[in-house]
Write a protein that binds this ligand. Structure first.
Ligand code: LLP
Length: 417
């Protein structure tokens, strides 16, 4: 399964990572198809007690091959842009299983989504209701909508990825939920079908999910008394993974904690997981380029950098770094900062890690399948990494390394004077 060490060499399923690094060069994202599939099916099984639809959060990993593997298992998708919608369709995803989240959907995005017949728009403001109403009227159809409510629950995660508090920009504040539902129900080209709530990402405890669900259920009951009957509840994503020593709930624990309330409610359940499906299904492979021990710190300069994986720089995220080959027993273990070659102090992948390193070694940054490649950039005019998906003993290139010439293909010089 996934990533394991076989005879001292880290493997993706049956493929040795050092061989993949040599074959495809580094930096290289490597995904395990089997791990991706297992995560999806395990989560789906945990929710078998109720009618449900898992909508994979495309923002966590949008490679077409990844989306297509999940689509074949029956996954729907949680999208936030017209670009993600186009990707899902290009990957063979089923439009009728798409939920459209995000707080700034453009008219063009909404039109496209209505034309292909998505399952639901998760709406975040009254202004957005007006915009969807306008586009639906133009197309002479009814848009299925749910409101993303903000339950004011502390997800206890990094402030940049916490979304369910009053001070966050997301969701309809709880004090205006009912008037906003009433307004939505009054608009002729909207069909109010659901309620949605996403309180943050990388949650490592189950309690905030339970608290948020309880608050949403109270809202649903109040809506019933107003004559607004819903067909589904969308419980968002956010389930955390283990990067270091976190002990996030398993899929089964997560489902069990929500089961009594969801069963009593009896509505169809939508889920929007990203990280818990994709994170441990991917690694970023990089090669140690130069070693720079100093009297104060030891730096291992590697060929991946913050442009390839920004999580450590942006969120001070701790990601596990392992040598692909178990080092020789006589090689000294030192404390290394694993850094890129970008001209910024913030360019690092890991700090103060006990490793036995030599120039030329391959390293794997674990848990990089979510919010890895998708957040990469061309900073310092670096082409983005290649991506490979392993399926048993076979490795498939699923995104070619970006060529340097392609970086300025959309740039133009000024006309000659
Ligand atoms: N649904 C909505 C409305 C979201 O905003 C998100 C994530 C998800 C679902 C999926 O959440 P997940 O299951 O992946 O936690 N770049 C950050 C994470 C940002 C998450 C944004 N929203 C990181 O690298 O940690």
């Amino acid at each position: 399964m996934g990533f394991t060490r076989i005879h001292g060499v880290l493997h993706a399923e049956q493929c040795a990572l050092d061989q993949l690094a040599q074959q495809f060069s580094t930096p290289l994202y490597v995904y395990s198809k089997a791990q991706l599939e297992q995560n999806y099916t395990d989560l789906s099984k945990a929710f078998d007690f109720i009618a449900h639809q898992i909508c994979f959060a495309v923002k966590s990993n949008s490679n077409l091959a990844v989306l297509s593997v999940l689509a074949k298992l029956g996954a729907g998708f949680d999208i936030v842009t017209g670009g993600e919608l186009a990707r899902v369709l290009a990957a063979g995803g089923d439009a009728s299983k798409i939920v459209f989240s995000g707080l700034g959907k453009t008219e063009a995005d909404i039109r496209q989504a209505l034309q292909v017949g998505i399952a639901c728009f998760n709406v975040e403001s009254a202004a957005e209701l007006d915009r969807i109403e306008k586009v639906a009227a133009e197309l002479n159809c009814q848009a299925p909508i749910s409101l993303r409510v903000n339950p004011d629950v502390d997800a206890k995660t990094h402030p940049y990825i916490s979304t369910g508090l009053k001070e966050n920009k997301f969701g309809i504040p709880s004090d205006v939920v009912f008037e906003t539902y009433a307004y939505a129900a009054s608009l002729p080209h909207l069909k109010v079908i659901g309620i949605d709530c996403h309180i943050g990402s990388q949650l490592t405890e189950v309690q905030p999910f339970v608290d948020a669900l309880d608050r949403v259920v109270l809202m649903i009951e109040q809506l019933n008394t107003m004559g607004i009957q819903l067909q589904h509840i969308d419980i968002g994503g956010g389930l955390g993974v283990r990067y270091q020593d976190e002990t996030p709930p398993t899929f089964a624990e997560y489902a069990q904690a929500l089961q009594p309330t969801l069963s009593r409610l009896g509505l169809k359940v939508y889920l929007e997981p990203g990280r818990s499906i994709s994170a441990n299904a991917g690694v970023l492979l990089t090669q140690v380029d130069l070693l720079k021990p100093t009297s104060y710190r030891n730096f291992a300069i590697v060929d991946a950098a913050m442009n390839d994986l920004i999580r450590p720089s942006l969120y001070a995220a701790w990601m596990d770094v392992q040598t692909v080959k178990t080092p020789a027993a006589d090689l000294a273990v030192l404390q290394w900062d694993i850094v890129g070659a970008i001209c910024e102090t913030g360019d690092f992948l890991a700090k103060q890690r006990d490793l036995a390193l030599q120039a030329g070694d391959y390293l794997a940054v674990m848990g990089a399948g979510a919010y890895g490649f998708v957040m990469s950039s061309n900073y310092n005019s670096r082409g983005r990494a290649a991506e490979v998906m392993v399926d048993g003993a076979n490795a498939h290139l699923i995104r070619a390394r970006e060529s340097i010439a392609s970086l300025w293909q959309n740039e133009y010089l000024l006309p000659k004077e």
